[in-house]
Design a protein around this ligand. Structure first.
Ligand code: KIV
Ligand code: ZN
Length: 523
């Protein structure tokens, strides 16, 4: 049985198609490394996502490799590759997903008058011909083919029906209806799906899907309206990451269905307790912060500040909470350990937090924890998470920060002296700058010459209080390559230097042992 046949046989199940790694990664600045994509794909699979759109294989060799590696890695979910309506795209997607036992090709073409005229310069018949040839070709690689009429919500209904009918006839098993520019309203979108299911011959034999963008803030509402209209697959992404204002947020869709079963009588297979972890992972990998008041996964989503609310919460949590924080994986922040905690307790805590480190990595992390405990009064779960993630990042890198001195203040130019280890050799340079961060980054640039421009420098505090660890993201862009590095430390300058060095490592493919010095000369 193909995925869509299984879907069609279960009328109340909403299939979750995650496009964080494709539409999400397409948002400017959100590009992720292969390692990050694999981590995200693994988590999505564990979480119960039904279909993972892993990338757009023709877009670059990196995208091809990511889709191909995800196809090898993922055990339960269907792995999907995106393709435009031409043979080269489809063949490349087919090649990228070939290692997956459950593979899908998602092919699309613009159908609206605007897309036909200005983007494709094709008339209706020519677009229709491409629908037929692309779906037919995709079926040579897999019997699980999804077809999308891009900008469907601004396409003439008759032409939309004609193309959908042909896609089904040529073997598409899922018909995805994109609101590409986030233009639809919920009532309109529900009607559109209903109309297609009623009018198009063969509609009952395929699954209908929604793909709603959030330009008017209606992506989640439109997706749920699409389900009311008969769709049983929703395309969405973690944190709503996606082109422009993003896509429908997976966590919002899943929790709306779960919390309002009276209104949305469906279910998904998602383990909701993993939502928070997924949100944090995607936010860290993309360096897109989650807004504090974001539904479900925002820092304040379960915080109660006002006296009246706090009073109500103490008497009965349901007075102001429609979901339990633990159901989405929000744990009460716990004060974990202090400087007297031993190795054993530290290892237990790591296991609790989902980290499984080898002996050497554990020893390094334990040393860092002791060091942190000397500098910071209270150590929380979040501190340990930041510390271990930072340790894991630095451990795999060939260029490493060895020493840093920053001099800044009200008199004179800020100055930084930086020592890096490159290929086992220590190199020290100093520089002045507009401010301490500028001085420090200039010094790092003079040790690791590169053309990339700083696109983002972002500092966050892991916990509260002035002794909190700083978590810094640095994004560098060179041509169409964008890389993001992260670093954490109680000293914001050290965290910043680590983040910059981590981004440079990514720029030159500087995993440990990769001999980056030669590559730096070529950058
Ligand atoms: O928004 C859109 O139309 C898309 C298609 C590729 C499905 O992302
Ligand atoms: Zn899209």
């Amino acid at each position: 049985m193909s995925t869509s046949e299984r879907m069609a046989s279960d009328k109340d199940r909403v299939v979750i198609f995650d496009t964080t790694l494709r539409d999400g990664e397409q948002s400017p600045g959100a590009s992720m490394t292969l390692e990050e994509k694999l981590q995200i794909a693994q988590l999505l699979d564990e979480m119960g996502v039904d279909i993972i759109e892993a990338g757009f294989p023709i877009a670059s060799n990196g995208d091809f490799e990511a889709v191909s590696e995800i196809a090898k890695l993922v055990k339960k979910a269907v792995v999907c590759g995106l393709a435009r309506a031409n043979p080269a795209d489809i063949d490349r997607a087919g090649d990228a997903i070939r290692h997956s036992e459950r593979r899908r090709i998602h092919t699309f073409i613009g159908t609206s008058p605007l897309h036909r005229q200005f983007q494709l310069a094709l008339d209706q018949d020519a677009v229709h011909e491409r629908v037929v040839s692309s779906v037919t070709r995709a079926r040579n690689f897999t019997d699980d083919v999804e077809w999308s009429p891009m900008d469907a919500t601004r396409t003439e209904p008759d032409f939309l029906c004609r193309t959908v009918e042909s896609a089904i006839r040529c073997g598409a098993t899922t018909i995805n209806i994109p609101d590409t520019v986030g233009y639809a309203s919920p009532a309109e979108f529900e009607e559109l799906i209903k109309m297609l299911i009623e009018r198009v011959p063969g509609a009952d034999d395929v699954a209908f899907s929604t793909h709603c963008h959030n330009d008017l803030g209606l992506a989640v509402a439109n997706s749920l309206a699409g389900v009311a209209g008969g769709a049983r697959q929703i395309e969405c992404s973690i944190n709503g990451l996606g082109e422009r204002a993003g896509n429908a947020a997976l966590e919002e869709i899943v929790m709306a269905i779960r919390t309002r079963g009276d209104h949305f009588p469906y279910y998904t297979n998602i383990d909701t307790t993993m939502l928070m972890r997924a949100s944090k992972l995607v936010s860290a990998a993309s360096a897109f912060p989650v807004q504090y008041n974001k539904a479900i996964v925002g820092k304040n989503a379960f915080a109660h500040e006002s006296g009246i609310h706090q009073d109500g919460m103490l008497k009965n949590a349901e007075t102001y909470e429609i979901m339990r924080p633990e159901d989405v994986g929000v744990k009460a922040s716990s004060l974990v350990m202090g400087k007297h905690s031993g190795r054993h307790a530290f290892r237990d805590k790591l296991t609790d937090l989902g980290f499984n480190l080898g002996d050497n990595a554990l020893e390094d992390a334990f040393r860092r924890f002791k060091d942190l405990a000397d500098r910071k009064k209270h150590i929380f779960d979040e501190d340990i998470e930041a510390l271990v993630e930072d340790e894991m990042t630095q451990a795999g890198e060939a260029i490493r920060l060895v020493a840093l001195t920053v001099i800044a203040g009200t008199g004179g130019s800020p100055k930084a002296i930086v020592t890096l280890d490159i290929d086992g050799e220590h190199v020290t340079k100093e520089a002045t700058g507009d401010g301490p961060v500028d001085a420090m980054f200039t010094a790092i640039r003079s040790i690791t010459p590169h053309e990339a421009k700083l696109q983002l420098y972002q500092v966050g505090a892991v916990t509260e209080d002035s002794d909190a660890q700083a978590e810094v993201s640095v994004r560098l862009g060179q041509g169409d390559r964008i890389v993001t590095g992260r670093g954490a430390d109680t000293d914001t300058m050290i965290a910043s230097a680590k983040a910059y060095v981590s981004a440079v490592n990514k720029l030159v493919g500087g995993q440990a042992g990769a001999k980056p010095a030669a590559k730096l000369k070529a950058v």
